[in-house]
Structure formats: structure tokens, C-alpha cells
Design a protein around this ligand. Structure first.
Ligand code: BT5
Length: 276
């Protein structure tokens, strides 16, 4: 990542960059620093992670010197109830950065996957420290597969930009553009809230109007995806017509049916049921 500071054109994201050749997880390091009072915008970057983290204790494959593994300390003055919107806003920033850098339009799979050719190119892991009413800090962790040869065991799930472009790409240039995009979308979000992200999110979303399956806390819900609510939760309508709200989970897209979704949106909501 030599030269990143020289080309970085941001106001506060990356004002200090802590750089590691190898680390357990950039999120852990950022969390540790934030607990000690590190300021918003401080960034950790590592060449490799020995215990790269996904959600729910899953592992993020983090080989040396080929991809981007970064964590950013944010201190938004928001309620923890809407912290998911930071993940949502970041998924737009990552998608914009990929689009701008490589002229590829990725898709977003709620809540944290960036997808190209039906495979995951990037994942986001946000972790937070808060009290009941206010966030203290959020660690925004982002992994992007840039020049990785995807290992055999992940080949049906994961892809890298190199595999799509058939050539190596510049990690430094991509990172500079990504930080710029994060700063732009984060500022937008702080100023205008949910309204600033809903349309751009819909543009990239791969789910709207599709039949999807969500596994959430051991339960599986099937239904047509209707979209996001104002807290960043996913709204679907199940086969019995019940509107379900999912705040965390893993989505599988079963089939596409855009007309059906447009039709559903015009109907009145009959019943509501929350799913934790
Ligand atoms: C995520 O979790 O997608 C969040 C990934 C966040 C990684 C970044 S890297 C910098 C920062 N520091 C960290 O320690 N983490 C963050 P999840 O939705 O749970 O997806 C994890 C699943 O994706 C795994 O179980 C694998 O199936 C798959 N996977 C693992 N490594 C991958 C990779 N490099 N590319 C694509 N898919 C991968």
C-alpha cells in the first residue's frame, strides 16, 4: 500500500493510517484503538489477517498482499437502532468504488455482501460500542477481493476483481477511491439520513421483487423482498401475505419476479409481524 497517503484526497477518512503486514483482524485492532479514544476517520490496513472475521464467528479468507482488508473508526451521533444503516451506506460506497475503478456494476445483497456474477467480491462487518440511546463508535470493516486467486473451497461463492478483469489491479488506487466514496456517503448520511441512501441502494440491490430465503436466528423465512425500512431492516412478504421484518440474517435469492413485487407494493399492508 505504498503511496496511499500521497494520492488520498479525503478530509478525514484515513487522516491517520495504521498499517500492518500481518494482524489477527483489522476490526479487532480498530476496536482496541477506538476504546482508547482514537478519533473518527482513523484507519487500519493489513496485508494479511490470521483471523479475518466475517459475521457470526465466520472466517474471512485474508491471504497476504493481494486484497484490501481495512477497518475505519466512525463516531456518528446516531441511535444504535439505526446502526445497520452504516453497513447499508457502506455497501453503496463499496459498489460505487468498484464501479468507478473498474467499470463494473456490482450488486448488493442485504445486508453486507457485494456481488459480481453471483459471487461475493466484498464483505462488510460493522461492530459497535454504544449505550442505549447513542453510538459511541462503529468499526467499519471492509474486505475486497482485488488480486486474489480464490481458493478452491470458495470458488463457487467468491470471486476477485482480477478474475473478472483478467489482470491485476492497483490496490492503492482502489483504496483511495473507496475511502473517498465512504466519506461522501457517510457525510450524505449524516446530513440527510435514510433518504440519502434508499434510492442508491435500490439501484444496486439484487433482491427487490425477488423470491428470497432468509435464515435468521435459526429460523428460515421465505418471501418476496419488498425493500428496506427506515432502520435498514429487510421487509418481505411471505407466502401467507404476512409482512415480515428481518433485522439480521443470511439471504439466498431463489428467483426473480419484478412484476409481482411492483404489484405487492401497491397493495395495502394487511398484517405485520416482527422477526428478531
Ligand atoms: C462478511 O461476513 O462478509 C464480512 C467480511 C468482513 C471482512 C473484513 S476484512 C477487514 C475487516 N477485518 C475483519 O476481521 N473483518 C473485516 P459474512 O457475511 O459472515 O461472510 C463470511 C462468509 O463469506 C464465509 O463463511 C465464507 O463462506 C465467505 N468468504 C470467506 N472469505 C471470503 C472472501 N475473501 N471472499 C468472499 N467470500 C468469502
Amino acid at each position: 500500500m505504498i503511496g496511499l497517503k500521497n494520492i488520498l484526497n479525503t478530509d478525514f477518512i484515513g487522516k491517520d493510517i495504521y498499517y500492518f503486514k500481518e494482524i489477527d483482524s483489522t476490526n479487532n485492532k480498530a476496536y482496541e484503538l477506538a476504546e482508547k479514544g482514537a478519533e473518527e476517520g482513523i484507519v487500519i490496513i493489513a496485508e494479511s489477517q490470521t483471523r479475518g472475521k466475517g459475521r457470526l464467528g465466520r472466517r474471512w479468507e485474508s491471504p497476504y498482499g493481494v486484497n484490501l482488508y481495512t477497518s475505519i473508526i466512525l463516531r456518528p451521533q446516531i441511535s444504535p437502532n439505526i446502526a445497520t444503516l452504516i453497513t447499508i451506506m457502506s455497501s453503496i460506497a463499496v459498489s460505487d468504488a468498484i464501479n468507478k475503478s473498474f467499470n463494473i456494476v456490482p450488486q448488493i445483497k442485504w445486508p453486507n455482501d457485494i456481488i459480481i456474477n453471483n459471487k461475493k467480491v466484498s464483505g462488510i462487518l460493522t461492530e459497535m460500542d454504544s449505550n442505549i440511546s447513542l453510538v459511541n463508535f462503529i468499526i467499519l470493516g471492509i474486505g475486497v477481493n482485488l488480486n486474489m486467486d480464490v481458493p478452491e473451497y470458495l470458488k463457487d461463492k467468491a470471486i476477485s476483481i482480477k478474475e473478472i478483469m483478467n489482470k491485476e489491479v492497483s490496490r492503492v488506487e482502489f483504496t483511495a477511491i473507496l475511502f473517498k466514496m465512504i466519506e461522501k456517503w457517510y457525510n450524505n448520511f449524516l446530513k440527510k439520513g435514510f433518504e440519502s441512501i434508499i434510492y442508491p441502494w435500490n439501484r444496486y440491490s439484487m433482491m427487490e421483487g425477488k423470491l428470497i430465503k432468509v435464515s435468521s436466528h435459526g429460523e428460515t423465512i421465505e418471501g418476496y423482498s419488498i425493500g428496506l425500512d427506515r432502520d435498514g431492516a429487510l421487509i418481505l412478504r411471505d407466502r401467507n401475505g404476512i409482512i415480515r421484518r428481518v433485522i439480521a440474517g443470511d439471504v439466498t435469492v431463489i428467483q426473480g419476479d419484478k412484476y409481482f413485487s411492483d404489484f405487492l407494493k401497491q397493495e395495502n399492508v394487511i398484517k405485520q409481524e416482527n422477526v428478531k
